[in-house]
Design a protein around this ligand. Structure first.
Ligand SMILES: Nc1ncnc2c1ncn2[C@@H]1O[C@H](COP(=O)(O)OP(=O)(O)OP(=O)(O)O)[C@@H](O)[C@H]1O
Length: 268
């Protein structure tokens, strides 16, 4: 987004460091659910920056804060304290309407369960984010992005007529159509078989390498994580190390150690 566009969209929400190569930054983010005796600290002082054009996987034992991390980083939930800067914009400075607009225009989402609208054709599902942003979908752009994910021949199909892998490709096309600053994936391959998962990961990889997209995905799967450039590990709501240029073996070994430490309560 150019500075003019950012200014027009967000007014004073634009951050002075908008030229930073970090497209997402979390600064001492803490998220506490509930209160009093029932308070749960889901994120406990997370500071991390994600560079433009990078592919990051977020891993950690169950309950370590992965979903909360994604929700806060994507502006779907607000931290209890600390700050999130997304595409140069401090999210805390935005009211709900502007935040919704930022999410629609600057963020793409890919979920485990695809989340396509069953009554709409493939073409209309992909065009939907543009319609929601008040723009008329450009037919050629929609077709081009569907071509990119290998579904150029299925424009008129409905999601129910497609396999799981094909539906996830539609979801990726839908995430790409707005040329978002970041694509967030919540277990995007969780519902797919191994071969189909590999194809979907290759598409995300291609979005990063071919189009300079930034992708952040939560996953439990070391094979999926090994497609990323960087794996961030969470344990008990904190960043507990990272692996750059990960291999399946190193990620799996790290997860085994984290799981064992978590089970012993050794991370507290
Ligand atoms: N809405 C909520 N209300 C209360 N506690 C919550 C809420 N959402 C998450 N938590 C708690 O916050 C902690 C972190 O949860 P989170 O879902 O972020 O973990 P996760 O690593 O994504 O887990 P999983 O791998 O099992 O999906 C957990 O202890 C969880 O029980």
């Amino acid at each position: 987004m150019t500075n003019d566009m950012r200014e027009a969209l967000l007014g004073d929400g634009a951050d002075a460091e908008s030229g930073s190569a970090e497209v997402v930054r979390l600064e001492s983010v803490r998220k506490v659910y509930g209160g009093g005796k029932n308070a749960v600290v889901a994120l406990d002082g997370v500071s991390v920056g994600l560079r433009k054009g990078s592919f990051t996987a977020v891993m950690g034992p169950s309950g370590s804060g992965k979903s909360t991390f994604l929700q806060c980083a994507a502006g779907l939930d607000r931290p209890t304290s600390g700050a999130v800067v997304l595409d140069g914009v401090r999210l805390a400075s935005l009211g709900e309407n502007r935040l919704t607009r930022l999410r629609r225009e600057r963020i793409g989402f890919v979920f485990q369960s695809f989340n396509l609208l069953p009554a709409l054709t493939v073409r209309d599902n992909v065009g939907l984010p543009l319609r929601l942003a008040g723009r008329r979908p450009d037919r050629a752009a929609v077709e081009e992005v569907l071509e990119r994910v290998g579904l150029g021949g299925r424009l008129r199909s409905r999601p129910g007529e497609l396999s799981g892998g094909q539906q996830q490709r539609v979801a990726i096309a839908r995430a790409l159509i707005t040329r978002p600053a970041v694509i967030f994936g919540d277990e995007p391959t969780g519902a797919l078989d191994t071969a189909t998962a590999r194809e979907v990961l290759a598409l995300l990889r291609e979005a990063v390498e071919g189009a300079g997209q930034t992708v952040v995905m939560v996953t439990h799967d070391p094979v999926a994580a090994a497609h990323a450039d960087r794996v961030l590990f969470l344990a008990d709501g904190r960043v507990d190390g990272e692996i750059l240029r990960p291999s399946v073996e190193r990620v799996a070994e790290r997860m085994t150690r984290l799981g064992a430490a978590g089970a012993n309560g050794a991370n507290r």
